[in-house]
Design a binder for this molecule. Structure first.
Ligand code: FE2
Ligand code: FE2
Length: 295
C-alpha cells in the first residue's frame, strides 16, 4: 500500500547549486567527515540513474494508479538528484584538484554492467528470467532506499554539522536530497512488494546491500583521504567514524544497525521511518528549492 490515507503527490524540484564558494574540506578542519559524506557524490550520479532506468522498465506493469504516479514522481526526483551530485563531481571536485574518475569508473561498471541488463554479457530471451532479474534489482533498490530515508531524516535533524561550520550550499544539497528521500520513502518498498517481493526475499537483499554499502563507503572515504594533503595519512575508519558520530556530524553505527533491525522485522513499512511533514517543512525553506519554485 502507498501512503493512501493522505496521499502526497511527488513533485520534482528543479534545483541548482553554485559551488564556487564551497571550501575543501567543506566541513572546516574535518576532512574525514567531509569525505565520508562526499562518498555520496561518487555513488549517486550512476546509482540514481540506475534507479531511473529500472523504474522506467517497471512502470508499464504497474496497475495500481497511485503507485504508478508515485513511481513517475520518484523517477523525476531521482533524475534531478543524480544530476545534482554529478555537478559536484564536475565542478567542486575538479576545481579543488580532486580526481574522482578511478572510483566513478568502477561505480559505473557496478551499475551498468554487473547490475545492468546483461551481467557478464549473459543474454536471455526468457521473459520470466528478465522479470525475476528486474524484481531482484528492485528489491536491492528498496533496501538502499531504506538507508536513504533514515539518513535523510538524520540529516534533517542533525545539528552537529551546522555547529561545526559546514558549508551552507553543501548542507542545502544534503538536506534537500534527504527531504525528498523522506518524501518518497514508501515507493521502492511498495513497488517491490507489488511485484511479489516477500519477507524472506527482503531480508536476504538487505543482507547483501548492508555490507556492500559499508564496503563502498570505506573504499570511497579512503579514496578521497589518500588524495587530501590536509587529511591524516593513517585512516582509522571506525575510530574516526565514532569520533564524528559523537560530535553529531555522522550517524552513529548503532543508529544504522537499529534501522536495519527494524527493516528485518516482518511488519516493517517505510512510512513509519519518518514524517513527510518534516521533509516538506525543510523543502519550504531550502534555498535551492525556494529558488527552483520561483523560477
Ligand atoms: Fe535520491
Ligand atoms: Fe530515493
Amino acid at each position: 500500500m502507498s501512503e493512501t490515507q493522505h496521499h502526497h503527490p511527488l513533485v520534482a524540484r528543479n534545483v541548482k547549486f553554485q559551488w564556487e564558494s564551497t571550501p575543501q574540506p567543506w566541513l572546516p578542519g574535518d576532512s574525514f567527515t567531509s569525505h565520508f559524506i562526499n562518498v555520496l557524490h561518487l555513488l549517486l550520479p550512476e546509482g540514481e540513474l540506475w534507479f531511473c532506468r529500472l523504474y522506467n522498465q517497471a512502470l508499464p506493469e504497474i496497475e495500481d494508479e497511485t503507485l504508478h504516479s508515485d513511481v513517475k514522481g520518484f523517477i523525476r526526483q531521482e533524475a534531478i538528484h543524480s544530476r545534482s551530485h554529478q555537478v559536484v563531481l564536475d565542478r567542486y571536485f575538479s576545481d579543488n584538484g580532486i580526481v574522482t574518475e578511478p572510483y566513478t569508473r568502477r561505480v559505473r561498471w557496478l551499475f551498468t554492467d554487473l547490475l545492468g541488463e546483461n551481467p557478464f554479457g549473459i543474454t536471455t530471451e526468457k521473459q520470466w528470467v528478465k522479470r525475476a532479474w528486474l524484481t531482484f534489482r528492485l528489491g536491492l533498490i528498496a533496501a538502499i532506499e531504506h538507508f536513504t530515508c533514515v539518513i535523510g531524516r538524520w540529516i534533517l535533524e542533525c545539528r552537529g554539522l551546522d555547529e561545526a561550520g559546514a558549508d551552507p550550499v553543501m548542507m542545502d544539497l544534503l538536506r534537500w536530497h534527504g527531504a525528498e528521500e523522506v518524501e518518497h520513502r514508501t515507493v521502492a518498498h511498495d513497488l517491490f512488494e507489488q511485484r511479489g517481493g516477500g519477507y524472506l526475499y527482503r531480508v536476504m537483499l538487505m543482507l547483501l546491500v548492508g555490507p556492500m554499502l559499508l564496503l563502498l563507503w570505506f573504499l570511497g572515504t579512503r579514496f578521497f583521504l589518500r588524495q587530501d594533503p590536509a587529511a591524516t595519512q593513517n585512516l582509522k575508519f571506525i575510530r574516526e567514524w565514532r569520533r564524528a558520530a559523537r560530535q553529531d556530524r555522522l550517524p552513529t553505527m548503532a543508529f544504522l544497525w537499529l534501522s536495519v533491525w527494524r527493516y528485518l522485522r516482518p511488519g516493517y513499512h517505510p512510512r513509519d521511518e519518518a514524517e513527510t511533514g518534516q521533509a516538506l517543512d525543510y523543502l519550504q525553506r531550502s534555498p535551492a528549492a525556494v529558488a527552483a519554485a520561483a523560477r
